[in-house]
Design a protein around this ligand. Structure first.
Ligand code: GDP
Ligand code: MN
Length: 346
């Protein structure tokens, strides 16, 4: 693009990638998006240090920090000092982090208590449910992201274990990729007892909602009757905000929100995002970043190629890809291409 100072070009998987000078206007409007608590400052600095050293000191993408309460002066000062990039801090609007009018809060409390009896993680937590609902339906509407096309989600305490020498945002935008992940897992069924029934009702009530027939085979082993729990682990995501802002996604989120499962159960943003991605995007619009070394307790993604030993500090043997609980990556890769499903549908 005119006006962008390009320092060098590299080729990755046949795609010509531009590396540009810090501070240069970027060909892709992109940002790191971080929902985080003030109490997680140290873990946040750890994650930022790695992101900066492994990637962003060369690319200089801005950070957008979001919180349900104002960030403290210390949080702002210490995270701003981690990077030369632009950093902004936003408070989440109350209506994006509170009970909608149609939720029966007494019933929600009873549901949390009964999930606690079943030993579900975060069963009693109200804030966890607001967090999952915010990440499912609202983060992409925050005013600080209104000019942004692509986001990269970061959490405190994660690790980035490989040098990233190309621009994943540019890579995605050049190839028309809408959603990128590193680890794909099965969900705990106790957190989402009625999620799939709700999705099936939505599909039945909206003919044409499913635009990617192959994606159903990734979500279900029995032709759509039951959900196998496959999802992309959403603490790492690089994605298109326009996908989440699409009228199909917004209608899907509204339908789920009205059903109440964010509060009466504990629907996670990971299965919510993944079900939409599988049903609405083509196989080629979803990308596994095999080459990005990543750790969030307790799972790792670590590149397998011998060459990556020179740019990584992770153990390829420990990569989630070897574990049956993370076999949803292999099953995504095994899907037929969407071009073949298009022609099958006629
Ligand atoms: P887990 O990864 O599912 O165990 O959940 P986390 O505790 O890591 O929460 C997911 C993300 O949301 C992290 O980036 C947290 O910092 C953030 N988060 C969770 N709860 C809250 C909250 O109540 N307020 C804010 N501001 N951020 C939260
Ligand atoms: Mn986390």
């Amino acid at each position: 693009s005119p006006g962008v100072e390009i320092q060098e070009r590299i080729v990755r998987d046949g795609v010509d990638i531009e590396m540009y000078a810090p501070g240069a206007a970027k060909p892709v409007r992109a940002a790191f998006v971080v929902l985080v608590r003030n109490s997680e400052l140290l873990g946040m600095k750890q994650a930022m240090r790695q992101i900066e050293d492994r990637f962003n000191s060369k690319f200089n993408y801005p950070y957008v920090f979001l919180n349900d309460v104002p960030f403290t002066d210390d949080f702002v000062a210490e995270t701003t000092a981690m990077t030369r990039a632009n950093v902004s801090y936003g408070v989440i609007p109350t209506e994006h982090w509170s009970y909608p009018a149609w939720i029966n809060q007494t019933h929600a409390l009873e549901c949390r208590q009964s999930m606690e009896q079943q030993g579900v993680f975060y069963a009693l937590s109200e804030s966890y449910r607001h967090m999952c609902r915010f990440n499912s339906g609202f983060f992409f509407r925050h005013p600080l992201l209104s000019d942004i096309e692509y986001y990269w989600r970061i959490e405190p305490d994660v690790e980035y274990s490989c040098d990233i020498d190309y621009d994943p945002f540019l890579f995605m935008s050049r190839r028309g990729i809408k959603y990128g992940y590193t680890i794909a897992l099965h969900e705990y069924p106790e957190t989402i007892p009625t999620l799939w029934a709700t999705v099936k009702n939505l599909i039945a009530s909206r003919p044409g909602f499913v635009r990617h027939a192959n994606g159903m085979a990734w979500l279900s082993e029995d032709g759509g009757d039951t959900y196998n729990g496959c999802h992309f682990w959403s603490n790492f995501e690089i994605g298109s905000l326009d996908f989440f802002r699409s009228k199909e996604y917004l209608a899907y989120f509204d339908y789920l929100d009205k059903a109440g499962g964010f509060f009466y159960e504990r629907w996670g943003d990971a299965p919510v995002h993944a079900i939409a991605a599988a049903l609405l995007l083509k196989k080629e619009e979803v990308h596994w970043f095999e080459d990005i070394g990543y750790y969030h307790n307790p799972w790792t993604n670590c590149p397998q190629s011998p060459e990556s030993r020179l740019r990584c500090h992770c153990d390829p043997e420990k990569s989630a890809i070897h574990h049956y609980w993370a076999s949803c990556t292999q099953s995504w890769l095994a899907l037929p291409s969407s071009n073949s499903s298009q022609s099958a549908k006629g």
